[in-house]
Design a protein around this ligand. Structure first.
Ligand SMILES: Cc1cc2nc3c(=O)[nH]c(=O)nc-3n(C[C@H](O)[C@H](O)[C@H](O)COP(=O)(O)O)c2cc1C
Length: 256
């Protein structure tokens, strides 16, 4: 009887030890699981906030295009429909340079600037460009290169809202250029608001790009109608920088 009792008690203890061990293992598994989950979540949010540092070197711009300025002016038309053909990195290089490229050793650019203050910045949303991963890029005129600030094709997302019940045609562009302005660079003279100069400069830089588009046999449209908040978000702009013009570029699917 005593032996049986002892056996019962021993069995009980043995079982409760087992239960305790299992509880301990379960707790450790939960702690490990939560640690892995939080680490992964933090890493993910870090990578979406962080500006990537990939730098894409662009080839030297060509300055011997075969089309005359007059011919480009004659042919320029707003194009709002594109084929699925990709753009090349050489075309992207040429277009960045046409808009804001440096053309002398003093740092002057293709586009004029009031008091040489250069208040513009140029961004590229690459969706379908050969030799360039899809992403959001910032153009450096001084270095003639692109720095990646986000990965992935953001063009369909940026233009996902319909306009008056119609799909935004800009969604289908293989590449989209965005001109922004930093107003404080221009507004250096006390008591004078020279903000309008920044808009004028965005116009001249954009026209340069549009003429280069024609010269390359591509199509584009100058657009100033867009969702400012969404554009700011995708370019990760701070409050001192304002998106002014959006130029989707691609191969023409319509007759000019
Ligand atoms: C300041 C400005 C803003 C424009 N905004 C848009 C726009 O948001 N969407 C669009 O499809 N076209 C836009 N356009 C293009 C005009 O509609 C186009 O230039 C006009 O119809 C004349 O046609 P063309 O460019 O073929 O000569 C804009 C043009 C300018 C100058």
């Amino acid at each position: 009887m005593t032996d049986l009792y002892q056996l019962f008690i021993y069995g009980f203890f043995k079982q409760s030890n087992l239960v305790r061990s299992m509880k301990k293992i379960a707790m450790i598994a939960i702690v490990i699981g939560l640690t892995v989950f939080f680490t992964a979540t933090m890493a993910q949010s870090d990578s979406s906030n962080q500006k990537a540092t990939d730098v894409i070197t662009l080839q030297e711009p060509r300055i011997d295009g075969k089309m005359s300025v007059e011919n480009a002016l004659m042919q320029r038309r707003s194009i709002r429909s594109f084929t699925k053909e990709p753009l090349t990195l050489a075309e992207i290089s040429q277009l960045c340079w046409a808009a804001q490229g440096v053309t002398d050793d003093k740092g002057h650019r293709t586009s004029p600037s009031a008091m040489a203050t250069y208040p513009l910045e140029l961004y590229l949303l690459a969706g379908n460009v050969t030799d360039l991963p899809s992403g959001v890029y910032h153009y450096s005129p001084q270095d003639h290169n692109l720095t990646a600030i986000a990965q992935g094709n953001k063009i369909p997302e940026l233009f996902s809202s319909s306009m008056g019940g119609k799909e935004d045609w800009r969604k289908s562009a293989p590449a989209v250029f965005i001109v922004t302005g930093v107003f404080e660079r221009m507004n250096k003279i006390p008591g004078q608001d020279l903000s309008r100069f920044v808009y004028v400069e965005a116009g001249t830089a954009s026209e340069n790009l549009l003429l280069e588009v024609v010269s390359l046999g591509l199509g584009s449209t100058y657009t100033a109608g867009f969702d400012e908040n969404k554009t700011r978000e995708y370019l990760r702009l701070d409050s001192g920088e304002t998106p002014i013009a959006i130029l989707p570029v691609g191969h023409k699917a319509e007759a000019a």
